[in-house]
Structures are given as C-alpha cells and as structure tokens.
Design a protein around this ligand. Structure first.
Ligand code: SF4
Ligand code: SF4
Length: 370
C-alpha cells in the first residue's frame, strides 16, 4: 500500500480509501453484515487506513456497520470519516445532536475526519454560515469529539473557491473527479486551487458512479488493454500530486483485492503523455455520446411515482451507443414505472448532486421512446 499526507491534517492515509456507501447487500437490500465486516477488515489488513461513511448511506445503517467492522482492534488501525448532513440541521443545536448520534452509531469516542456533507452555495450560506456551524465544529474539536474538519462538495468552481476562502481552518476537502469530469463542478481547477491553499483533497466518484468500470464498447475500445478500465481511471488521479487519496465504494471481495493491487502501484507522475492523450480521447468519445450525467448515487430516491430514476437514465444513455430502437425495447420492457409516470414534483431534483433537471429529462425520455 502507498500512503500520502492529507493536507493540513498531517494524517498519512492509504491512497485507497474504503467508501462505505455501496457495501454488499442481501436480497432485501439491507447490508450483508458478515460479508461487509469481512471485506472491510481484509482491506484494513492489506493497508487501507481510511473508511468513509456518512449519515444517510445505506438508509443510515452504514455508520452502524462501520462501528461493528472496527471492533476487535480495527479502530486503532483506521481513520474514520463521516459527515454532518446539512439537510437535517434546522438550528445550531441540531449539529451537536447529530454528531452525538453519529458517535453513538459508530460506537466510538471521536471521529477523525468530520466533513460537512455535499456543500453547495445554498447549504453553505443558509445552513453552515447561518447557524455558525464552523464554530460548533471547532467546539466539538476542543471537546475531543472530532479531530479534523473538512467538507465534501457538489456545485460550481466559483462556489468551491468561495467556500475554501470563507474559512481559514479547512484542513481538507472532498470533490468528485475522474478523467471524464475534469471540468465538472470543482474539476481539475478546483483540485489545484484547494491544493495551493494547503488542503488535502480526497476524490470521490473516480469511476463516475461505476460507469468507467464497465464503459460502453466505443469508449472501452479507446482504452489500452494493458490495464483494466478501473486501473486507468484510478491512475489518472494518483498521477496528480494534488490528489491525496481516492475513495472507492467497494461492494465485493474481488473489488477490494483488485483495488489494493492497483493502489500498490500508485505514484505521482506514473502516466506518460501518451497515456494522458489516450484518456483525453476516451473523454471526447464519452462527451459526444452520454446524454444524462447520472452517477447512480440514488440520492434522488425514493420517487413518489415509484420511478427508479437512475435506471431510466441508464437506459436513456444506452440509446446514444446502442441506438434508440435497442434502448427503446429495453425501456418498454421495464417492470417499474417509466418516465411517463413522472408527477413533475421535482422532489428528486433538490437531492441530485449532479443538478440534473430530472423532471424535464423525463419528458425528453417520453418523447425519445414514443
Ligand atoms: S419529479 Fe418525477 S422523477 Fe422526480 S421525484 Fe417527482 S415524480 Fe419522481
Ligand atoms: S439522478 Fe442525480 S441523484 Fe439520482 S442517481 Fe442520478 S446523479 Fe444520483
């Protein structure tokens, strides 16, 4: 395993962090606890020392599972990251209540890295600043409940910079980045900006919601078979000195083992100019074929009309590569409600970190597959 320093925290973290939002599940979608604990511990035994969870992951059960996985001496070998959910904070005291609940669920005395979750302009102004939550976080640090403060982010570059510049004690941040989305949200410019201010940068969505692990055929053809699509995607990030670590939401043992092998080869400057040109070409192919930039995070669910939104988008995106007729057949054979069931309530759009205009897109899909 290779390790890198996380900005101002001084922590030496494994370049591969374990994202605990896509843990193995049972048929009823609950976490397969035995398997999840086992693969987390295997990762830690192989050198992974950073676990990333959050209040809403797995319907609130991810933090509890992480607490179980870290029994039997594993807590001492691992840094825990979890996040303050701004959408549940309705007054300043909610910060303490939520943090205490998280400590209880994790069954620990302190959290190593505490992030304000999914900050955007609205949450920054109308929750974090409005309720003085940075002071609250500093008090929690002084009380020994958290050790380091950061934020995860989903908005545009200007907002990213203003959040960084709005507080001089940030130690690290978490942004989504992959070789397709270099100009999306904070993007590469945000990565460079955060690093220039001394912040550690943790990368989420390195595989664009899993899409880069199994890319469509035309994109796969553009990538050298010398490495797997996953390894190319990870290496694009590890290649950069500004990247501290990347998170992978590992859902099975093989993924853990493969990712640990890739992490053992991670190094700054590992990619040649030729490699980078190849990934740029792959990005161009993706940009000219993908229709909706859905990462399948499922934050938009449940939909009151019962639409499995990311599934509908997946099929719609397929039409760019496989053609409207093939995608349309798949669409018409769906057993769950389709785009025409959309009530235009826009409940989903408030939750979508990619700011997709979901209800408008549903109308486009109805037309496309009419
Ligand atoms: S806008 Fe449509 S897709 Fe979104 S939650 Fe409402 S009914 Fe579901
Ligand atoms: S539509 Fe948005 S919130 Fe829903 S799965 Fe896709 S990216 Fe996530």
């Amino acid at each position: 395993m290779n390790y890198r320093k996380l900005g101002k925290t001084g922590l030496e973290l494994s370049v591969l962090g374990f994202g605990c939002m896509r843990l193995p599940t049972l048929a009823d979608k609950s976490i397969n606890e035995k398997e999840a604990v086992s693969i987390i511990r295997e990762a830690i035994d192989s050198g992974v020392n950073y676990l990333d969870t959050a209040f809403p992951y797995h319907d609130g059960n991810s933090e509890i599972l992480v607490g179980k996985a870290l029994k039997d001496g594993y807590r001492e070998k691992t840094y825990i990251a979890t996040k303050c959910p701004p959408w549940v904070i309705k007054c300043a005291d909610d910060f303490d209540k939520t943090l205490d609940e998280q400590l209880h669920k994790l069954n620990v005395d302190y959290i190593d890295c505490y992030l304000f979750h999914a900050l955007d302009k609205n949450r920054w102004n109308n929750v974090i600043l409005k309720y003085n939550l940075l002071e609250k976080a500093e008090k929690a640090m002084a009380d020994g409940k958290i050790r380091h403060i950061g934020f995860s982010f989903h908005d545009d570059l200007d907002t990213f910079k203003s959040i960084i510049d709005g507080y001089d004690k940030w130690e690290f941040c978490q942004i989504q980045l992959n070789y397709i989305g270099i100009n999306h949200q904070a993007g590469i410019k945000g990565l460079e900006y955060a690093a220039s201010k001394g912040l550690g940068v943790i990368i989420m969505e390195p595989l664009l919601g899993g899409k880069l692990a199994n890319p469509p055929a035309n994109l796969k053809k553009a990538i050298s078979p010398e490495k797997t699509p996953v390894e190319w995607a990870f290496d694009f990030l590890w290649n950069r000195p500004e990247v501290s670590i990347l998170l992978s939401g590992m859902g099975n043992r093989q993924q853990v083992r493969d990712n640990i092998e890739y992490a053992s080869r991670a190094a700054v400057g590992m990619l040649s100019e030729e490699n980078l040109a190849m990934l740029e070409k792959a990005k161009h192919i993706y940009d000219t074929t993908a229709i909706v930039g859905c990462t399948k995070c499922e934050y938009c669910l449940p939909c009151p009309a019962g639409i499995i939104i990311p599934k509908v988008f997946e099929i719609y995106n397929m039409s760019a590569v496989a053609g409207v007729i093939a995608a349309g057949e798949k669409y018409k054979s769906m057993t769950t409600p389709r785009a025409d069931a959309c009530l235009t309530c826009r409940k989903c759009e408030a939750q979508c970190p990619q700011a997709i205009k979901i209800s408008d897109t549903m109308k486009d899909i109805v037309k496309a597959f009419a």
